[in-house]
Design a protein. Structure first.
Length: 352
């Protein structure tokens, strides 16, 4: 046998083995798939980079592929590739992508009922209570109506932790020190800070660093601690509040209704079955972020701890008055008082 003939035989053997291996892999993948169905490829839109906030979508994408043997995939597009952060609801409405995130306070007029999550001092400090309240409240008719206007379905909360402020310049050691400060605080949190004499600024997360760096903003509120670290605010801050806890916001994982309705029943059930896993991953990643970031925060910046008396005064000034104003402002649009009452009712249920 010539050398060329021997090489041809060797190549044929290798090719046959490779084809057999590919066939075995495909058969194994099909055998391992627990949920069978058609090929579905979703596009998920968000902003920034991968971080604790996006570990929910990352888990969903991974588990969908695993459970369906790669038949149902969801590719995550970061960095506002598919949509600007303030325009995600618009993108869902026109079927520009299949799923994504949006933040309620980026465009309050687009989701007025969802703004309840940004009211100050709601009983959402405990993560498990927060998860129960948020995801249950998505079923309220007023919040569903918000999403229906944008051809959207709020699937899961990203369980944003309580906000705290990082800032530079003179630290606000008492409530009066906030007067005149320019602060990034959305929704009811911003209104609470205005009660203290601060000037509210609505700046998207991706704009925070440059706005604060050039001196156009004194302090920024973000979910503590992961979001501050994600957007590098510790690099340009000299102090942080540790127990102000003015409130939080809601930036849910959201589906395009058209895309969701096209899914076969078994894929819809799979998404429902993944909910506990999504909750669990958020509990884990936010806790891990705090354990990693807090020692660094304490070492680098001045820690501000308010007395119980100061906090009670803050709640009196900016708690119920802001709730009442929100209800009065929205009562003609939807049952605002009913939505607010539901938060407290669900919180009690969660503790039982």
């Amino acid at each position: 046998m010539t050398r060329r003939s021997l090489q041809s035989v060797q190549l044929a053997v290798v090719a046959t083995a490779a084809l057999s291996l590919l066939a075995w892999d495909a058969a194994t993948s099909i055998a391992q798939a627990k949920v069978d169905g058609p090929e579905v490829n979703w596009r998920f839109s968000t902003w920034g980079k991968r971080r604790a906030f996006t570990e929910g979508p990352e888990l969903i994408a991974k588990r969908l592929a695993e459970e369906t043997g790669g038949k149902f995939t969801m590719k995550i597009f970061y960095g506002e590739t598919l949509s600007k952060s303030k325009e995600h609801l618009d993108g869902l409405k026109i079927n520009a992508f299949d799923a994504g995130t949006f933040c309620n306070f980026y465009s309050p007029g687009k989701n007025p009922a969802f703004m309840v999550f940004s009211l100050p001092f709601l009983p959402l400090a405990d993560f498990k209570v927060s998860a129960y309240v948020r995801n249950k409240l998505f079923e309220h008719p007023a919040l569903k109506a918000d999403m229906d206007r944008w051809n959207a379905i709020a699937y899961m909360s990203t369980l944003l932790p309580q906000y705290e402020f990082l800032g530079k310049g003179k630290p606000p050691l008492k409530l009066e020190d906030w007067k005149g400060m320019r602060v990034r605080a959305g929704g009811g949190i911003g209104e609470a800070m205005e009660k203290l004499g601060a000037t509210k600024m609505t700046v998207t997360a991706v704009e925070i660093y440059t706005t604060m760096q050039r001196g156009a903003m004194d302090a920024v509120s973000l979910p503590f601690t992961y979001a501050h670290q994600s957007y590098k605010t510790p690099e340009i801050s000299s102090w942080y509040t540790s127990n102000l806890a003015p409130g939080t916001s809601e930036c849910p994982i959201t589906f395009n209704k058209t895309s969701y309705n096209k899914l076969p029943p078994q894929y819809k059930k799979l998404l429902e079955d993944l909910r506990p896993e999504v909750n669990a991953v958020y509990f884990k990643v936010y806790d891990a972020a705090d354990k990693k970031n807090l020692p660094m925060f304490e070492k680098k910046m001045q820690k501000i701890v308010y007395t119980e008396a100061e906090l009670e005064r803050f709640h009196k000034i900016a708690g119920k008055p802001v709730w009442d104003e929100w209800v009065a402002k929205n009562k003609d649009q939807f049952d605002a008082q009913g939505v607010l009452d539901a938060v407290f009712t669900l919180a009690k249920e969660a503790k039982q």
